[in-house]
Ligand binder design. Structure first.
Ligand SMILES: C[S@@+](CC[C@H](N)C(=O)[O-])C[C@H]1O[C@@H](n2cnc3c(N)ncnc32)[C@H](O)[C@@H]1O
Length: 171
């Protein structure tokens, strides 16, 4: 199934998100993981409208090439990098905000990546993850098959929450 979200709806939603959840009103450094088309636009939108430096990363060279083309000529501080977020190392306390949507389902070793997130975030920084979760207990065979076929790593909310809590306590 493919869903087309009108640009203005996405950006209104994004503006709400930035203002209410992330509090991006002053110079901030933010990182986005998993930069496909809609996401590239969001990175650029953040950098253009909220006076923030944005780093957008993705494993896919095609996505990053398109993203770089999009920023040519724009006056905003956004950089895109083709990198595996599980291998990349940023210095401690680099980002005010780390934001990822629909990319964590591809990550097998979430605990290690979550630990890195907390290291890369500045003290008091914000980690915002929007991703898929399974309901606790058994799920339908159809759903199980879909997850297996896609090679996704999807857990229930409690398991994800526990992984985040453990990672936070390690840093
Ligand atoms: C389902 S797409 C979601 C893209 C985007 N966040 C959005 O909401 O439109 C998942 C993206 O995560 C990227 N990705 C998967 N594993 C990754 C990794 N280890 N490091 C960086 N990006 C990764 C894929 O290349 C893909 O572009």
């Amino acid at each position: 199934m493919s869903v087309v979200v009108p640009e203005e709806v996405t950006f209104t939603w994004l503006k709400f998100l930035m203002l209410m959840l992330l509090g991006l009103t002053s110079p901030t450094r933010s990182e986005s993981i998993g930069c496909r088309l809609w996401y590239q636009r969001k990175c650029i939108y953040m950098a253009e409208n909220f006076d923030v430096d944005v780093v957008g990363i993705d494993l896919s060279i095609n996505m990053i090439s398109l993203a770089i083309e999009r920023v040519i000529g724009l006056k905003c501080t956004v950089e895109f990098e083709c990198v595996d977020c599980t291998r990349k190392i940023y210095p401690k306390n680099t980002f005010d905000v780390i934001y990822t949507r629909d990319a964590m389902l591809h990550i097998k070793d979430k605990p290690t990546l979550f630990e890195s997130f907390y290291k890369w975030l500045k003290h008091g920084g914000t980690l915002l993850i929007i991703d898929y979760c399974k309901r606790a207990g058994s799920i339908s065979l159809e759903c199980e098959e879909y997850i297996k076929k896609g090679g996704y790593y999807i857990h229930d909310m409690e398991a994800d929450y526990q992984m985040l809590k453990n990672a936070d306590s390690m840093t």
